[in-house]
Design a binder for this molecule. Sequence first.
Ligand SMILES: *[C@@H]1O[C@H](CO)[C@@H](O)[C@H](O)[C@H]1NC(C)=O
Ligand SMILES: *[C@@H]1O[C@H](CO)[C@@H](O)[C@H](O)[C@H]1NC(C)=O
Ligand SMILES: *[C@@H]1O[C@H](CO)[C@@H](O)[C@H](O)[C@H]1NC(C)=O
Ligand SMILES: *[C@@H]1O[C@H](CO)[C@@H](O)[C@H](O)[C@H]1NC(C)=O
Ligand SMILES: *[C@@H]1O[C@H](CO)[C@@H](O)[C@H](O)[C@H]1NC(C)=O
Ligand SMILES: *[C@@H]1O[C@H](CO)[C@@H](O)[C@H](O)[C@H]1NC(C)=O
Length: 303
Amino acid sequence: MASWRQLFLLSHILINFVYLTIAQPGFLDYHCIENGNFTSNSMYQTNLNTLLSSLSSNIDRNGFYSSSEGEGSDVVNGIALCRGDVELDSCRSCVNDSTRKLSQLCPNNKQAIGWYDYCMLRYSNQSFLGTMDTSPVYHLWNENKTSDVRQFNQDLRNLLDDLRGRAGSGGSLRKFATDNTSFTTATDFRTIYGLVQCTPDLSERQCTDCLLLAMEEIGSCCVGYKGGRVVYPSCNFRYELYRFNKEKEITPEPPLSPPPPSSEPLRPAFFQHSSLETNMEMPLREASNFSVNEASITELDGR
Ligand SMILES: *[C@@H]1O[C@H](CO)[C@@H](O)[C@H](O)[C@H]1NC(C)=O
Ligand SMILES: *[C@@H]1O[C@H](CO)[C@@H](O)[C@H](O)[C@H]1NC(C)=O
Ligand SMILES: *[C@@H]1O[C@H](CO)[C@@H](O)[C@H](O)[C@H]1NC(C)=O
Ligand SMILES: *[C@@H]1O[C@H](CO)[C@@H](O)[C@H](O)[C@H]1NC(C)=O
Ligand SMILES: *[C@@H]1O[C@H](CO)[C@@H](O)[C@H](O)[C@H]1NC(C)=O
Ligand SMILES: *[C@@H]1O[C@H](CO)[C@@H](O)[C@H](O)[C@H]1NC(C)=O
């Protein structure tokens, strides 16, 4: 009897472990912004729920959707943004998950923001479309150092400068660019993969300004490391020495067929750090129903 019980417990632990390690990496960080609470069953809450339930079904292939609900002091404004290389199904699933998760984590805040690998959700009683916001910020970096920091920084800078220009000029539906460049040292030949994105409601100028500010933060978070990310409400970038992106941006038209599945493992081993006082403890143990099709993004080991 005891052995059955032990077996049961062991399998339970294993299932939970697998569940947590598979489900959790997509969720990065969130902030419940302390700028007013709403009361339960208020008009604001009704409007917020209506807004949140509309996002994932309305977001389209461009990966951005903004909406407002309600009137006067009960207006709620919200946006959902998906990473520009994520398929629509994964995008919707990520947005769906984020609406449920953020309203659980910030049950009474009028303003909140949450970031996943594949999407961002943001809502507020204040209108923020067309404004460039660089706070709160989220930093993440790969724990390993590069072999030649000076050369790496130079190649990285060239890549990100190019991507910044391309994302900025992306138009009013999508401001996203991803690509790679070679990083060559005396002993090593590697590829740096990069990705940048702005919310498409920004102007070209706001987008490039936002990315410039974000890139300046490499110096304080990520310099010398093999990978890094700076994530703002209005723009973000990421780079790695392994493929985490898809080769091309998804173009809005025509519809694409899904890429072949891959059995490549994810690379969740990062340190993380976030720099705002309103930051709350990360619910690392919290399970998530986030069910992105991870196979659609191939992640190769860069070592
Ligand atoms: C948002 O809510 C806060 C707190 O209730 C309030 O001080 C602020 O004026 C509101 N902003 C708008 C635009 O309604
Ligand atoms: C909002 O709610 C939080 C948590 O319930 C509380 O700590 C905070 O003081 C409240 N803020 C305001 C302005 O009432
Ligand atoms: C969002 O999640 C809910 C609850 O799991 C589900 O009923 C709904 O179909 C999902 N919507 C989308 C668009 O995935
Ligand atoms: C780098 O990106 C180009 C497209 O710009 C692609 O054709 C190439 O396969 C990529 N190289 C690597 C090593 O991923
Ligand atoms: C860092 O390097 C160690 C040793 O090579 C490796 O085991 C680990 O997976 C690397 N971490 C990342 C995030 O690449
Ligand atoms: C996951 O989904 C199940 C059923 O759809 C639900 O009972 C459970 O509360 C969800 N868990 C989280 C963390 O959302």
